[in-house]
Design a protein. Structure first.
Ligand SMILES: Cc1ncc(COP(=O)(O)O)c(C=O)c1O
Length: 373
């Protein structure tokens, strides 16, 4: 981006930044200014490696969790029913379309186990979120990895072409982790319709709320071969509470539930109380999205300033190419003070960094600048 455009962007966002609590730090927002890192508000260790939300949990969720501790001697059946109802309504469905899990990781693993019971293969873009691969493989699925395009997008035609008579599962992460790219809604919908005629489609929507793309969850009302996995770990800022869920047709939910030793019981009463409160805190969710957008833009511009290629991100992390860096970029940046660079591909010098607070990102950019010269 040209310097003039950059200045315009900063000017346009000055009011918003002030409203979001960046007042007084605006001066240091100038990308050209040296010594960006404002260490006053920094945590002792800057963690930008797991795409967590640095602003959460919401104050309402924290209050609800604190209040729920005293009731933890009881099983959380009532709260479980309540949250399944609430989540169902949120997507124009009902509680029978919802299965709770200890994070969406549990949901991904459950779907992998369920589809693996008949052996075969699972088609997956690469790179993507691959935590479920291990479960899939131990249940007898072979992973068919489909490369992304050169500009790091998932091409649905290539995914569909990779499916064969042995395909039991197609996994799509939208927006994709680690690239942050999205499949436009119409294209995704068509891909789900076609793929689900042959196999189960597992759509991972961990980051949808950071994008402008709609959830595909309403499709599960009529499609038994679609599972949408969602989480409270990202926009809700509740990764440590381990709260996630699946949205699927009631018949599919019943089959998946049979793979949980105790269906819907993997989330604690405290976590459920927090999640319920967080669902009601729309202003907190909006604020997280707005802050993330601004800090992400700042970070992308700063990396581009260093001549890096940055993939347009629709999530809370950036994927960028540090070509020209001599040596091991991740080893060089990560230290006892910061964990910010993760590698997902063997070639091409592509790296992922999560979006933290403005102070954290300034520290990260400063660190990169110092090593970059
Ligand atoms: C795409 C994606 N799906 C699922 C998860 C798992 O989230 P959790 O198990 O915390 O809900 C993550 C975590 O980083 C993720 O990036």
């Amino acid at each position: 981006m040209e310097k003039l455009q950059r200045r315009d962007w900063l000017k346009q966002n000055a009011l918003l930044l002030a409203g979001l609590g960046f007042t007084g730090k605006l001066r240091s927002l100038g990308l050209e200014s040296p010594g960006l890192g404002d260490k006053k508000n920094m945590p002792p260790f800057v963690k930008l490696s797991a795409n967590e939300n640095p602003y959460g949990p919401s104050p309402l969720a924290q209050k609800a969790m604190a209040a729920a501790i005293a009731g933890s001697n009881r099983y959380a059946w009532q709260l479980t029913d309540e949250i399944r109802k609430k989540i169902g309504q949120l997507y124009g469905l009902d509680e029978n379309h919802v299965l709770m899990g200890a994070g969406s990781s549990e949901i991904l693993g459950t779907v992998a186990a369920f589809t693996g019971k008949n052996r075969g293969n699972a088609v997956s873009p690469h790179p993507t979120f691959r935590l479920w691969w291990q479960v899939a493989e131990s249940f007898g699925l072979t992973i068919k990895k489909v490369p992304l395009t050169a500009d790091k997008k998932i091409e649905t035609a290539t995914l569909l072409a990779a499916m064969d008579n042995n395909t039991k599962l197609l996994y799509i992460c939208n927006p994709n982790n680690p690239t942050g790219s999205v499949i436009p809604a119409e294209e995704l919908k068509k891909c789900i319709e076609r793929a689900s005629e042959k196999a189960m489609v597992l759509l991972d929507e961990a980051y949808t709320e950071y994008s402008d793309e709609p959830s595909m969850a309403p499709m599960v009302a009529t499609n038994k071969n679609l599972v949408v996995a969602k989480t409270f770990s990202k926009i809700h800022g509740m990764a440590g509470t381990r709260t996630g869920f699946a949205l699927a047709h009631p018949d599919t939910i019943r089959q998946l539930a049979a793979f949980q030793p105790w269906a819907n019981a993997g989330v604690s009463a405290v976590s459920l109380a927090g999640a319920l409160a967080s669902l009601d805190d729309s202003s907190f969710l909006k604020e997280c999205r707005a802050k993330n957008d601004i800090v992400k833009k700042y970070s992308a511009l700063a990396l581009e300033d260093m001549k890096m290629t940055v993939v347009p991100s629709h999530a809370n992390f950036l994927y960028y190419q540090a070509t020209g860096f001599t040596g091991d970029f991740s080893k060089s940046i990560n230290s006892s003070a910061i964990n910010a660079v993760r590698v997902f591909e063997d070639t091409g010098q592509w790296y992922r960094t999560s979006i933290g607070t403005m102070e954290e990102m300034k520290y990260f950019i400063d660190t990169v600048k110092a090593k970059w010269a």
